[in-house]
Design a protein around this ligand. Sequence first.
Ligand SMILES: C=CC1=C(C)c2cc3[nH]c(cc4nc(cc5[nH]c(cc1n2)c(C)c5CCC(=O)O)C(CCC(=O)O)=C4C)c(C)c3C=C
Ligand SMILES: [Fe+2]
Ligand SMILES: [Fe+2]
Length: 356
Amino acid sequence: MGRKIAVVLFNLGGPDKAESVRPFLKNLFRDPAIITAPLPIRWFLARLISRTRAPSVIKNYAMMDAGGGSPLLPETEEQAAALQTELAKQLPEDEVRCFIAMRYWHPFTEQAAKNVKAWGADEVVLLPLYPQFSTTTTGSSLTAWKKAYKDPVRTVCCYPFEEDFVSAHVERIMQAWEKAGRPENVSLLLSAHGLPEKIVKDGDPYQWQCETMAEMIIGRVPRDWEVTACYQSRVGPLKWIGPPTEEVIAEKSKAGKNILIAPIAFVSEHIETLVELGEEYRLVAEEHGAASYTRVEALGTHPDFISMLARETTEALSMKTPMRSCGGDRLCPHEFSGCPHKQPVRKAGQAINPQS
Ligand SMILES: C=CC1=C(C)c2cc3[nH]c(cc4nc(cc5[nH]c(cc1n2)c(C)c5CCC(=O)O)C(CCC(=O)O)=C4C)c(C)c3C=C
Ligand SMILES: [Fe+2]
Ligand SMILES: [Fe+2]
């Protein structure tokens, strides 16, 4: 008799309809991983920000073809189904089921934990749909999971340097370039969701992982392309990491470039790709005279991405330690105290090999 293996896919979650936008935002801004202020202040800020932000955000959600809500859940369900099929092939002796655990909207992490328990899993693998580790995303989901599920689990923390993951991105980029008519004078923007600078200064490895991954992509696209890693979706008054995607678009547009823009920290389509990259930033490019503007699609169920997720899962199942990165053990250099691998710690300055 084989094992019952639960693979829990972490994602952010998105409102399912216009009325859910405000409570969804409230959940997000109440999270201490997002706003670090003490509890009463955080709850006050969450109420305030969700109330003031909701009207404009509702308009943006309405621009997508998802009934006033986010397409994130159906997109994640497709990925879960594809991964379950792939894992069934790779682990024919076992029974594998994928569960979705969203952080700020249904199906919530707590519900996913109950479902995993009720199913009677022998093994649980936590697999974030965030390729790069951030304390604000995977870290926050891990905290919520640990509160809800007390039995031992295995965790894949991140996979930003996985060969198939990087090459799937390069394939999507080259396909978009072909579809745009193979223009010359290209400026490729590798855009990731931003973070407040303070979170990175406090040891969050997300920016380092995004930019090291961007270097790997740069090595694989035509040499004459200009490539810039940049950060989108700034929220609130704090200083965020940069350069901001919007500013890079304006600058490259003024120079008459053919802009290709690829999301490198999102693996599915949602408000940040369809509306922000697809609509808002397109207007910025047009306004500043870009020769063309092409949005590269997110990976979705790209077969190489799904088989990479399956491989990470099976590797995690065969490891002696409960936490895995795409490099096996700890990927992040010593200075990133936010890395969830506490042991072993790399010494400062020790070279890393992203592909090892
Ligand atoms: C790479 C993944 C993400 C990081 C890092 C991240 C950090 C982060 N996000 C906010 C605030 C918001 N994010 C919102 C939407 C959103 N964020 C991510 C991913 C990351 N966030 C995704 C996938 C989505 C889309 C969800 C969907 O509904 O489709 C939103 C809601 C939209 C809006 O109001 O603009 C907010 C707010 C902060 C403050 C933050 C780091 C501190
Ligand atoms: Fe976000
Ligand atoms: Fe790490």
